[in-house]
Write a new protein. Structure first.
Lengths: 211, 211
DNA sequence: GATGAACGCTACGATACGGTATCGTTGTGT
DNA sequence: ACACAACGATACCGTATCGTAGCGTTCATC
């Protein structure tokens, strides 16, 4: 007698037993797959992330891949959520101008990374034509934005910066040159460039003497 | 006896008789195909440009498509070379500041166009992983750059701008905010935004009184 | 109106890819 | 040592896509 409870094929997005103690083999195969997918993305773009290629490169069987993610798209979403750049921390004890300069240099290092340069156009493109990626990219921004705004607000409070320094337009004025320099490659994104951009921003937003 | 001259199957990149007077049907089918490819690019990204889809949408037969381009990739290259934004002209009779403001507004209109917003990430991505697209994108830049530099140089000569206004870094400072605003969409790219960016650039590059 | 280039139609082949299914093997936790 | 979850290998199916081939049709030009 066929008991249906034995037959249901566990179709799901494969939670794979996220039990209190995880089987080490699970994380091993998962990270091997993600790492292979990342390498393929860097080398050949998003289209290079095929299930066969990921399985072959990672040394993990394709069947195991589908035990981690139900579809190939879920793997890609997971990948982009996994390799997004680390938050840039801002030291509140530093003077505002120095904190901004440090932020600029760290931002330059982030966007100057080839991984970022390759990931960003892919993310922008998928954000346009797929629905799963819009939130990933916005989350990435908002985190950076919040940390930056805190420092800028401190500069406003201390009378160093104008009151509009935290506006969207000002945010674009500061970050935009980094983005462009990295994506288009017209100029190398090094510390000197970072300082130039940051200083240009600060000068343009310096609080004038009372009128 | 098989005369080889009769057998060679015209395999080439299909020049299609670019005779003194072109057959109007050639340009008609060609532009119908390019237009369909453009629409597909806007709607679904580069991957949506399939030969079958282009043929179906344009109403032109697939065999005719291959009479214009030897491969699908050649069509895509031709497309990106065809829809690149028009040069922004700069009136030399205007005062430098006004000319720059006008340039900013025109640039805002260009990069604010959905077609540009969709084409650019695709172009950046293909530039990374294919060889045919690197030159297209650089040509696009250099043209704009030359026209802009002419105005900036005039500003330097007239004593309005600092001597480094035509440097790569300064170029990035002016254009970067436009690029970022358009690609990431944090702020709407309108005339007000353009004026803010342009004025910020001018203020940061204004020639100081002699020290 | 005759000629031939350009075109439309359609079927086909080859390949790549996403995803499924099966079954034997390994190794982890008890 | 034992049970079972996780894994590996492989074959397979359906489909999408690029590109080719053949042949009949239309239309611009002389």
């Amino acid at each position: 007698m066929d008991n249906e409870a034995d037959v249901i094929p566990v179709r799901q997005a494969s939670p794979l037993r996220c039990a209190p103690v995880v089987n080490p083999r699970i994380t091993r195969s998962r990270e091997a797959l993600l790492n292979a997918a990342r390498e393929l993305l860097l080398q050949g773009g998003p289209d290079a992330i095929t299930v066969d290629a990921v399985a072959a490169r990672s040394g993990v069987a394709k069947s195991t891949l589908y035990r981690h993610w139900a579809t190939r798209d879920e793997l890609v979403v997971d990948l982009f959520d996994h390799i997004k750049p680390p938050m840039i921390e801002l030291d509140p004890s530093l003077p505002v101008v120095d904190a901004l300069r440090l932020f600029g240099r760290q931002l330059a290092a982030t966007v100057g990374d080839p991984e970022w340069q390759c990931m960003t156009p892919a993310l922008l493109l998928m954000k346009l034509h797929q629905n799963n990626f819009a939130e990933i990219e916005t989350r990435m921004q908002e985190q950076q934005r919040a940390a930056l705004d805190a420092v800028l607000q401190r500069g406003i409070d201390e009378g160093v910066l104008r009151a509009d320094a935290t506006s969207d337009t000002s945010f674009t004025l500061l970050i935009g040159p980094f983005i462009m320099a990295s994506l288009l490659g017209v100029v190398t994104v090094d510390d000197a460039f970072a300082d130039a951009v940051t200083d240009h921003f600060i000068e343009g937003h310096r609080a004038r003497a009372v009128v």
